[in-house]
Design a protein around this ligand. Structure first.
Ligand SMILES: CC[C@H](C(=O)O)C(=O)SCCNC(=O)CCNC(=O)[C@H](O)C(C)(C)COP(=O)(O)OP(=O)(O)OC[C@H]1O[C@@H](n2cnc3c(N)ncnc32)[C@H](O)[C@@H]1OP(=O)(O)O
Ligand SMILES: [Co+2]
Length: 134
């Protein structure tokens, strides 16, 4: 079911600072900030030869990553994103297996303009999993 690793996401308290760490300290190519109000975050993508790193900071009072950053004030790995060929079939399979799909189960358009879903970390080895339609 799983395709490519699309990105590994790191939640940060300060996106500009995180961008500088990757751009200046690590010499990476980093995209411009992309506000994603529907997801309550602003993101940048660090381009790597084989995948991407998504840096994300909270956007708005109800950001879903605020609690995570309260527990991890310096930031930390927040989720992994796998591509799937058919996100609705994947969702239905995982629900049939008893996994918790977050939200109402309807995919939202993510940072790459593709439908995405999130799976509860407690069902996936303590790791928040994002699925993105390939
Ligand atoms: C623009 C879209 C972009 C893209 O790539 O396209 C994105 O990636 S958007 C990313 C931001 N959006 C989301 O993360 C949506 C899904 N996340 C959520 O709904 C919440 O973050 C949730 C439900 C996973 C956790 O919310 P919260 O921390 O407020 O809830 P709890 O404190 O009740 O947490 C429950 C339990 O899970 C543990 N937890 C929380 N976050 C993570 C995490 N990232 N990785 C692993 N575990 C996590 C938390 O510690 C609690 O565990 P417990 O043992 O009960 O303390
Ligand atoms: Co993501």
């Amino acid at each position: 079911m799983l395709g490519r690793l699309n990105h590994v996401a790191i939640a940060v308290p300060d996106l500009a600072r995180g961008t500088e760490v990757y751009r200046s300290m690590l010499g990476a190519t980093v995209s411009a900030p992309q506000a994603e109000p529907a997801h309550g975050v602003t993101v940048v993508f660090v381009e790597l030869p084989n995948t991407k790193i998504e840096l994300l900071e909270p956007l708005g009072e109800n950001s879903p990553i605020r609690a995570f950053l309260e527990k991890n004030p310096a930031g930390g790995i927040h989720h992994v994103c796998y591509e799937v060929a058919d996100i609705l079939a994947a969702r239905d399979h995982l629900k049939a297996e008893g996994a918790r799909v977050l939200g109402d189960g309807t995919p939202k358009i993510g940072a790459h303009g593709k439908p995405v879903l999130f799976l509860h970390p407690k069902d996936f080895c303590g790791t928040l999993v994002e699925l993105e339609q390939a």
